[in-house]
Structure formats: C-alpha cells, structure tokens
Design a binder for this molecule. Structure first.
Ligand SMILES: [Zn+2]
Length: 259
C-alpha cells in the first residue's frame, strides 16, 4: 500500500477553524474573531476562567504560514487534552497568519513578517495587544518551524531559576532529536537550547516573545521543529513539547502556591 499524507489539509484554514470550533463547543472554550487580516478572521480561544487557583497559559501558532506543524501540533494537543482545558486558564491563538497558512507563506499579504511587528503599527497585532492588556501568564509558548533546523530546538528566555528547555526537548527526543548545531540563527546553542536574556534594544523589530516576556509571561519559550522532517513527526514533537511544558507549569504552580 502506498503511504498517504495523513495531514493533507494542514494549509486549509477553514478546516483548521472548523476543528477548533468543534473543540470549543466540547470544552467550553470561548472562540472569538478578534481581528480581520486580508479577508480572514483571526481567532482567539479562551477558557471559562478556571480562576486564580489554576495557572494561566498562553499559546500561539501559525504566525508564519509555512510552519504548519505549529498550527497542527497545537490543535492536536488541545484535542488530546480536552479535560485539561477546563482546569487551566488558557488563551490560545490557533493561527495568527491565516493568509500565509493558506498560501504556505512566511509573510502576511503585505509582505510583513508579523513576528517582527510587535512594536509596529499593525492592526491585527494592536488588536491582539488589546486582548492581552493587563493579563499575566505563568507560561507562554510560541510555536514555530525552521527549514534550516537539523533537529528540534527551543529558545528559552531565562527568567525563573530552574530552566525547562532541556526537559521539554527530552520529552520529544523519541520523535525528533535535539538540533546538534553549536550556533543557531547566529546565536550560541547547546543541545537544541538557545537561552539568552533579552532587552528591548536587542532587536529593533520585536518578535511576539519580546512583548510576552516584558509584559505578560513569567516564562516564555519559542519552539522550533525542523521543516524537513515528516509533518506527522513534527506535529507529534510539538504535542510532546507542549505537554511537557504544561505539566512543568502546573507542577511549578502547585509548588509556588504552597510556599
Ligand atoms: Zn516561525
């Protein structure tokens, strides 16, 4: 039997949104169109507030439209964890660049890299920022892919003392090993981890992770799966990394509440 591509609709935005809508109905998540971009609705999903007794977690995917394991992996994780979605406070951006996803393109319809626009005057980002105003998260995960990657890697903005990136990579190592390169995107890397402090001046054009780290999140990670691996494996690796990060977050939340 010839093998078929299982995730053959990964670039079908309407299909992705239908699946999120079905999941929202099942789990009580509120799904909202918070912006329009190039004729597409851009959505957020939010839990019916589990309250202060549960951690708050931010997820985003698909800001680069040619990185479909991010959108697919996030949805698969959510589908597998529907009961957990009631136990934590989640804010989910399932696909921040619908036009790019539909056309398999990193940029938006105006040629902008949205992940360099978090201090720019871009309507959908300003709308996203309004949604985030005054909100704090225990964990923020921004999900990506990289066609240069030789394995899975993670950017961790160091904040709290115990770092998590190595443990997150280990959770996915049976699916995709860590990227062995010593330099990734010009930065020092070690066994798939790029850990660096950031300041507002570090990059003139801010990625999403900057705004999250400076204003909203106690821990911020950017996850990168290697685009040249099979899509099934890349999505599964995203699921494994997300699961581990959420488990670590819930564990830390419980511990911190006891102190
Ligand atoms: Zn990306």
């Amino acid at each position: 039997m010839p093998r078929v591509l299982r995730l053959d609709r990964a670039h079908d935005y309407a299909h992705l949104i239908r699946r999120w809508r079905a999941l929202a109905r099942r789990t009580g998540l509120t799904m909202t169109s918070f912006a329009k971009a190039s004729g597409y609705d851009v959505f957020s999903l939010e839990s019916a507030r589990a309250g202060d007794g549960a951690p708050a977690i931010y997820f985003s995917a698909g800001i680069h439209g040619d990185e479909v394991a991010s959108t697919e992996g996030l949805l698969q994780w959510a589908e597998k964890n529907s009961s957990l979605l009631r136990e934590v406070n989640v804010l989910i951006f399932p696909c921040l660049n619908p036009w790019g996803l539909a056309g398999n393109c990193r940029l938006d319809s105006e040629g902008r890299d949205l992940n360099r626009g978090y201090n720019a005057d871009i309507p959908q980002i300003l709308a996203q920022m309004r949604l985030l105003a005054g909100r704090r998260f225990d964990l923020a995960l921004t999900l990506h892919e990289d066609y240069d990657a030789r394995g899975l890697y993670i950017y961790e903005v160091p904040s709290r003392p115990r770092h998590w990136a190595e443990t997150m990579l280990k959770a996915a190592a049976g699916i995709i090993p860590a990227d062995p390169r010593k330099k990734i995107e010009g930065r020092s890397a070690r066994a798939g981890v790029v850990r660096r402090s950031i300041t507002p001046e570090l990059m003139p054009d801010w990625p999403e992770a900057f705004v999250l780290h400076f204003h909203h999140a106690a821990r911020t990670f950017t996850v990168e799966t290697p685009s040249e691996y099979s899509l099934d494996d890349r999505a599964a690796a995203q699921v494994a990394v997300i699961s581990k990060a959420v488990a670590l977050c819930r564990g830390e939340f419980r511990t911190r509440r006891k102190i």
